[in-house]
Design a protein around this ligand. Structure first.
Ligand code: HSE
Length: 410
């Protein structure tokens, strides 16, 4: 029998309890031994739930119990889980977490401690919920140089953009509806401003390129400025708007960003709808791989956490290395990144002529739904050059929005 402890009995913690209880036999077969939950740490009481039999309010019960082999951290937040996870690793316990904020902020340090103590720090559920993306990158894609990772990494924003596209609704209305249905958090800032996706692309970049990507250096824009009119332009261009996290090797260095993007309908990520996530990985030998599934939710996320528990049990006394060093990754300054965009400008023929002079190689798009404006689809140029042109044009005309467009490998 292997004993584990769960820190936190919220959405994911209760999911982990359910997965381990319901799938006890199959998990035992795959781990080679029975796995039992000895403690669940939470500040609340759960009098009508079987968990009350193993509930504790004191983390030291877990840290000081030598029979606990694996600690599952699903509390949320950063500082308290950081202290608990560090203490568990230092006492020679494996840790599995779903906490992307913790991994993005302290990943290399926790991996180093795990290595020193000959245990494992595992975080499959921190990116893409139930999608087995991190293990695939660490364990399967070991023969390739990874060239690019690109994904729809946030279910809430993908749900909102899908509803806006399919039902022609405004951002604020869908957000309100999503909150009422419990799909979006009461405070949705981390999702709609792109912060959640930013931490996830930071983790993916670090694993793809082996150095630490600082999430604070990744240019991040959410979906709050996307309007019904933007969606109409997307349809006119046979495209969809998605919040995309992207990190790629370019001739200039590694670029990384999170922002709304126009993807042509035939793009593999364009048909990822609702709350689903998907991650596209490009290897120099294998080519394109696509990982798709539930990026959030109690049971899908718990499934990934428990797969880490099984991996830890299988590798007891063996530290499995992760190619993620503490060396800082230099993220290419935004100005140097090559982009193409749809730029919406107020005006008619005269303004169109001027806009085409500014954006050489560009083309004009108009839509029935907004007759007082047009859009230019620019040629590929650096972000700096594009921003300078928009600034210059803004002296004469009103620029309503600009949305990046997908550019095939440069
Ligand atoms: N709020 C996140 C999402 C949950 O909407 O995708 C998983 O990190």
């Amino acid at each position: 029998m292997v004993y584990i402890a769960i820190l936190g009995f919220g959405t994911v913690g209760s999911g982990v309890y359910e997965v381990i209880t319901k799938n006890k036999d199959v998990i035992a077969r795959k781990a080679g031994v029975d796995i039992a939950i000895k403690y669940v740490l939470d500040s609340k009481e759960f009098p009508n739930h079987a968990v009350s039999e193993v509930l504790t309010h004191d983390v030291n019960d877990i840290l000081e119990d030598e029979s606990i082999q694996v600690v599952v951290e699903v509390m949320g937040g950063v500082e308290v889980p950081y202290q608990f996870v560090k203490a568990a690793l230092e006492r020679g316990k494996h840790v599995a977490t779903s906490n992307k904020a913790l991994v993005a902020a302290h990943g290399p340090e926790l991996l180093r401690i795990a290595k020193e103590k000959n245990v494992n720090f595992l975080f499959e559920a921190s990116v893409g919920g139930g999608i087995p993306i991190l293990r695939s990158m660490n364990r399967c894609l070991t023969a390739d140089v990874i060239l690019e990772v690109m994904g729809i990494l946030n279910g809430t924003t993908n749900y909102i953009l899908t509803e806006m596209t399919e039902k022609g609704l405004a951002f604020e209305d869908v957000l309100k509806q999503a909150q009422e249905l419990g799909y979006a958090e009461k405070d949705p800032t981390a999702d709609i401003e792109g912060y959640d996706a930013c931490r996830k692309i930071a983790i993916l970049s670090s694993l793809a390129f082996g150095k630490t990507a600082d999430f604070e250096e990744i240019p991040t824009e959410g979906i709050t400025k996307i309007t019904k009119t933007d969606i109409c332009y997307a349809k006119r261009c046979n495209s969809v708007i998605k919040l995309v996290g992207i990190s790629k090797k370019t001739s200039e260095g590694i670029s990384a960003s999170v922002e709304p993007m126009l993807l042509p309908k035939e793009h593999p990520l364009a048909n990822v709808n609702g709350a689903f996530n998907a991650i596209l990985v490009k290897g120099n030998m294998v080519g394109d791989l696509m990982f798709y599934g539930s990026g959030a939710g109690s049971l899908p996320t718990a499934s990934a956490v428990v797969s880490d528990v099984v991996a830890a049990v299988r590798h007891h006394h063996i530290h499995v290395d992760v190619d993620w060093t503490a060396e800082k990754m230099e993220v290419l300054p935004k100005d140097h990144v090559a982009v193409k965009a749809l730029v919406r400008i107020v005006g008619g023929e005269e303004q169109q002529k001027k806009a085409l002079l500014a954006f050489k190689g560009g083309s004009i798009v108009t839509i029935e739904e907004a007759k007082d404006e047009f859009a230019v689809i620019t040629a590929v140029e650096t972000e700096k050059s594009l921003a300078d042109k928009i600034e210059l044009l803004s002296c004469e005309m009103k620029v309503r929005n600009r949305i990046r467009m997908e550019v095939a490998q440069l």
